[in-house]
Design a protein around this ligand. Structure first.
Ligand code: HEM
Length: 526
């Protein structure tokens, strides 16, 4: 009897395997080159290990390039700019039902306003906090559009300048803590603390006091572990049930023994801080002179739990991106004393204004902020979308309904054709040679999509620009920066005379890019 059951089970397994192999080979996706061994058979064979190691968005563009041809990928723009280079192969199958694309035209098709390609719930669902999806994780386009209209009240270009006072206050405190502290600063950790304070104050009406903690020599565990969670996303999205089970087990053990991992403790402290501060935000009016995010969303009729989700979400992707970008800019500027001095003179000329319109019209400042956003490519994640009913033909291949199509906006920021020597920081990509103006370059501008495109384009883009303009301007106003250990750079890669190009620091890429080493600068008071 037992033998018969075993035989039946074995036969069933064989049938399942044969069915799987046949469907892999007969699928329309079988004509698309595969990323590597086993990729077409299981996500676990290629996509997952690369995601887990934080290298998928680093390795895939190289594979796309390897499979490329010498035709230009966007011929009308390339011809006009007289550039001809090997363009990446546009499609690669990275899992049985998942295709990576590298094509600016396809990016537009998939992400444009009104696109029928929805966010993939497998990935975005894992970002839902406490059962109340924040804007980022809403996959239904109608729901998303409704929420986005409400949120736009705070994030539009016309509203963001109202945040000047709040941002300046935090940046000034940050500057004074740097001035009082040690001569060498790891700007990666320092900028992270600054952004958390700005964003928590903006979202909850109370800063988390990360700058004070950093100045006294500690990084807040609740911030650090929340960042750690972002690096665990591949595990959470691939093994959701197992992760749930582990959570329950750990909660159970904690109730009995009082023990839990540092990671879980950090996350629990963060939840606790959010809950407590949310209650305060609901019962008092913000002391900042304008309503915080929670107040605004509740006034607009959103349930207070949803407002909490939005506020909490801001402290992850809303801050690690801007802080990583700021750290990269400061580190690159530290290698360039004459550019710092020229920027300082530009600031003198506008009376050290902190007004957004004034700052964004200083070409040297605009150029180094835009170049920093491009170079740091902080929002590294691939953005998976589901192919709508009836499928689509892309690059001569039919992609059936339900296939996951995915690409990372940062690949286009590091495109060799649009940005020669893409891995070096050089603000002269954006400047006329005399640095008095922003130069024209349509290809460069077309590939500049750090905030993605279309209906899901980053809501916080203007917010982030204001933070970066004010922070860079105030740092240059107060300090001369030098790198603690200068990066090796080659002067002949420079586009401008007074600029030493700086190579991109080593990194891993999960939801956000994370540098492998420290970004240490030495500061001296001006
Ligand atoms: C340099 C800084 C930043 C970069 C590079 C960046 C990049 C991005 C990208 C690429 C997306 C699209 C994600 C997707 O389609 O899944 C996005 C979405 C989003 N970002 Fe940012 N972001 C930055 C800063 C911020 C800040 C400061 C905030 C908050 C104040 C913010 C809030 C959001 C929100 C709420 C969404 C979801 C938008 C939607 O689905 O409608 N981001 N961001």
């Amino acid at each position: 009897m037992t033998v018969a059951i075993l035989e039946l089970a074995a036969a069933f397994l064989v049938v399942v395997v044969i069915y799987h192999v046949v469907s892999v080979y007969t699928s329309p996706l079988s004509r698309i080159p595969s990323a590597g061994f086993g990729a077409a058979f299981s996500r676990l064979a290629w996509a997952f290990p690369h995601e887990y190691n934080g290298t998928i968005t680093i390795d895939l563009p190289k594979l796309h390039e390897k499979l490329g041809n010498t035709a230009s990928h966007d011929s009308q723009y390339d011809c006009r700019n007289n550039i001809s280079s090997k363009s990446p192969g546009p499609l690669i199958r990275i899992a049985p039902n998942e295709v990576s694309f590298y094509s600016r035209e396809t990016y537009e098709t998939v992400h444009k306003v009104g696109s029928k390609f929805r966010k993939d719930p497998r990935v975005y669902g894992e970002f839902v906090q406490g059962g109340h999806p924040a804007l980022f994780s809403i996959t239904d386009p109608v729901e998303h559009a409704k929420r986005r209209r409400i949120m736009a009240q705070l994030f539009s270009r016309s509203k963001v300048p109202q945040l000047e006072k709040l941002i300046v206050a935090h940046v000034e405190r940050f500057v004074s803590k740097i001035a009082e502290g040690e001569e060498t600063v790891d700007v990666g950790v320092a900028a992270r603390a600054l952004e958390v304070d700005i964003m928590s104050d903006f979202s909850f009406g109370t800063p988390i006091q990360a700058v004070d903690a950093w100045a006294s020599g500690t990084q807040l565990a609740m911030v650090e572990k929340n960042d750690k969670k972002a690096t665990w996303m591949p595990v959470l999205t691939t093994f959701p049930l197992l992760c749930d089970l582990w959570d329950q087990l750990e909660n159970f053990m904690f109730r009995i023994t009082g023990w839990r991992t540092q990671y879980t403790k950090g996350l629990a402290d963060f939840q606790e801080w959010c809950q407590e501060t949310w209650q305060v935000a609901l019962s008092t009016t913000s002391p900042n002179g304008f309503p915080n995010l929670i107040e605004t969303l509740c006034n607009a009729g959103l349930p207070s739990e949803t407002a909490l989700s939005e506020a909490r979400e801001n402290l992850g992707p809303g801050t690690d991106t801007t802080s990583a970008t700021l750290a990269h800019i400061l580190w690159a500027l530290a290698h360039n004393p004459s550019y710092q001095n020229a920027l300082y003179e530009d600031m003198v000329a506008v009376g050290f204004s902190t007004n957004m319109t004034v700052l964004e019209n200083i070409p040297r400042l605009q150029a180094c902020v835009k170049e920093g956003i491009r170079w740091a490519g902080a929002a590294a994640a691939m953005l998976p979308r589901i192919v709508p009913p009836a499928g689509i033909v892309l690059h001569g291949r039919f992609i059936p309904e339900g296939t996951v199509l995915t690409s990372s906006p940062i690949w286009y920021l590091h495109d060799r054709t649009a940005y020669p020597n893409p891995k070096v920081f050089d603000p002269y990509r954006w400047l006329t040679t005399d640095a008095h103006d922003i130069s024209d370059n349509r290809l460069r501008d077309r590939f500049y999509i750090p905030f993605s495109r279309g209906a899901n384009v980053c809501l916080g883009a203007h917010f982030s620009y204001l933070e970066l303009y004010v922070s860079v301007a105030q740092m240059v106003r107060n300090f001369y920066l030098e790198p603690r250990e200068p990066a090796h750079s080659t002067r002949d890669q420079a586009l401008g005379q007074d600029w030493i190009p700086v190579p991109l620091p080593g990194r891993k890429e999960w939801v956000a890019a994370v540098t492998v080493g420290k970004l240490e600068v030495i500061h001296r008071r001006r």
